[in-house]
Design a protein around this ligand. Structure first.
Ligand SMILES: [Zn+2]
Length: 116
């Protein structure tokens, strides 16, 4: 699963996302809408992914990325990303057991923080 720019076919990276919206569905057919801006040509596009495709995409990105999910989210000016969306990412990662740093991330998440 690779996301590519519709105009110039450049692979879309983690930092190219400008908006992620998560649409849960009771029957499990969750949809994730992502908006990206191509780093190469500046084209803005929207893609709607299945939960499975999204999970696969995130896992692939984070496997090749030294940042944790938390660090990535902190650098993003994403739209209204909700706690549920973060939980979904976390669930996917825990399931695949890929990131060592995830446990640390979860610890800091569960603690009350003075974040504004
Ligand atoms: Zn492009």
């Amino acid at each position: 699963m690779t996301l590519r720019c519709r105009r110039c076919d450049t692979p879309i990276g983690l930092d190219d996302f400008i908006y992620i919206a998560y649409y849960p569905h009771t029957m499990g057919a969750n949809r994730i809408e992502v908006q990206y801006e191509c780093a190469q040509c500046g084209h803005r596009g929207t893609r709607t992914l299945t939960q499975a495709a999204w999970d696969e995409l995130m896992l692939r990105y984070l496997e090749n990325d030294e940042r944790t999910v938390d660090e990535w989210l902190a650098t993003q000016q994403l739209g209204p990303i909700t706690a549920e969306e973060i939980r979904e990412v976390r669930r996917a990662l825990r399931h695949e057991n890929i990131l060592e740093s995830l446990r640390e991330w979860e610890r800091t998440r569960d603690k009350p923080q003075n974040m504004e």
